[in-house]
Design a protein around this ligand. Structure first.
Ligand code: FAD
Ligand code: GLY
Length: 388
């Protein structure tokens, strides 16, 4: 390899770090990904392995988060080409489920709320179609007979997030990217540049450094001396308990979502008969132990939508830590005061969706290329109101 090839070190091998690694390698960089979980994601509470896998800008559009929607929709549009590209590089197919999402009302009050949400979705140019009880039972025959009404969002997609991680890893391996299964412990900084990333067992020189350590990103940032005039928002871990069930028959085609007993619940089907049931959401630091209460509530609410849940095999109850920024939108930007460090985190509830565009944005920052106009939505400037 020529000596003027630049070395990029990426801290964190979740979907954001892996997609950044692929895009940087494609731009001609020599890339190393350091993550203690890289050989066994199942042992970590990193969000990428735990997620539901919904590619769902419409049903994840919350009141008050409209600004982020443009980014989420761009990511949805980019997904088919992204899946084709990484599948080709990996030499294995990553399949997207295109059946869509159904939002369900279980009583008349829910049906009124759902209509309000549908009006909001349609007012934002997002297509949500009303479904009667009969139509619901027609397209998903195992739904509870108690369902009252629903909305079909045919543009929402889903993907098996674990297959996504595996496909990205294989594509990285085929692109010559090096994996180091170790924890980053320290950085060496010379003036305004990080020059070496240190683990317990090694030192990794870098020309560029990407911090893509999800909920742990602020812990990594603490190892660097940044510009004290610009405070960088803290990324906090937001727990999500999530279950995996399995049945011999295909219990579902669509992703189901509902508001049951005051909680949001979703069921995401996989082609192999698995159904992912998620997810709770609250903050308790880095504690990743599932609670009996969380598991109980998810099963109770899932069963109200799909009584067949109680026949299914119980595979797993785990906790993933979502990386949350102060405004719940991602941060993909250069770190102020350090010339060669990029922060790529805060993908919160939508990191699987945003994987389709995050890598290219990060690679553009590494190469000092122009960013698209909506990159302001992921910049640090938005927190200080600065426009570039
Ligand atoms: P992570 O996947 O958390 O990866 C961070 C990595 O950094 C980890 O592998 C960790 O081991 C590593 N790391 C930590 N410390 C160090 C260190 N010191 N040195 C080296 N490496 C380190 N998004 C969607 O779009 N759709 C969904 O349906 C969806 N469902 C979700 C359900 C749940 C329950 C959760 C928790 C999240 C969900 N998300 C979903 C959000 C999505 O999973 C995240 O936004 C995304 O996975 C974040 O990816 P990441 O690579 O930034 O972080
Ligand atoms: N996007 C689903 C979740 O974060 O639970």
């Amino acid at each position: 390899m020529s000596s003027n090839v630049k070395r990029t070190v990426i801290v964190g091998g979740g979907v954001i770090g892996l997609s950044a690694a692929l895009a940087a390698a494609e731009s001609g960089h020599r890339v190393t990904v350091i993550d203690p979980a890289i050989d066994n994601h199942a042992e970590s509470s990193g969000a990428s392995w735990m997620a539901g896998g919904m590619l769902a800008p419409v049903t994840e559009a919350w009141f008050g988060e409209e600004a982020r929607l443009a980014l989420d929709i761009a990511a949805l549009k980019a997904w088919p080409a992204f899946a084709t590209k990484i599948s080709r590089t990996a030499g294995q197919d990553l399949v997207i489920n295109t059946a869509g999402t159904i939002q369900i009302a279980l009583d008349i009050d829910d049906a009124r709320d759902l209509e309000r949400v549908r009006n909001f979705q349609n007012s934002m140019g997002l297509k949500a179609e009303a479904l009667s009880r009969d139509q619901l039972l027609d397209i998903e025959p195992l739904l509870s007979p108690q369902v009252v009404a629903g909305s079909l969002i045919s543009t929402d997609l889903s993907v098996d997030n674990r297959a996504l991680v595996d496909t990205l890893k294989l594509a990285c391996a085929h692109s010559g990217i090096e994996f180091i299964p170790q924890q980053v412990r320290r950085m060496t900084q010379v003036a305004d540049r990080v020059t070496v990333v240190g683990t317990a067992d090694g030192e990794f020189p870098c020309d560029d450094l990407v911090i893509a350590a999800g909920a742990w990103s602020s812990e990594i940032l603490k190892m660097i001396s940044t510009d004290s005039e610009h405070s960088i928002p803290v990324i906090r871990p937001i727990r999500g308990e999530i279950l995996r069930l399995k049945s011999e028959i295909t219990a579902l085609r669509h992703t189901l979502r509902a508001h049951v007993h005051g909680f949001h619940v979703y069921l995401v089907p996989r082609a192999n008969g698995e159904v992912v049931v998620g997810a709770t959401q609250f903050e308790r630091g880095f504690d990743a132990r599932p609670t009996a209460g969380g598991v109980y509530e998810l099963l109770r609410d899932a069963r109200e939508l799909l009584p067949y849940v109680k026949e299914m095999e119980f595979l797993e109850a785990r906790v993933g830590l979502r990386p949350g920024s102060p405004d719940n939108a991602p941060i993909i930007d250069r770190v102020p005061g350090v010339a060669n460090v990029i922060l790529a985190t805060g993908h919160y509830r939508n990191g699987i969706l945003l994987t389709s565009i995050a890598g290219d944005l990060i690679a553009a920052l590494i190469d000092h290329r122009d960013l698209p106009a909506d990159a302001y939505l992921v910049s640090l400037d938005r927190f200080s109101g600065v426009t570039r």
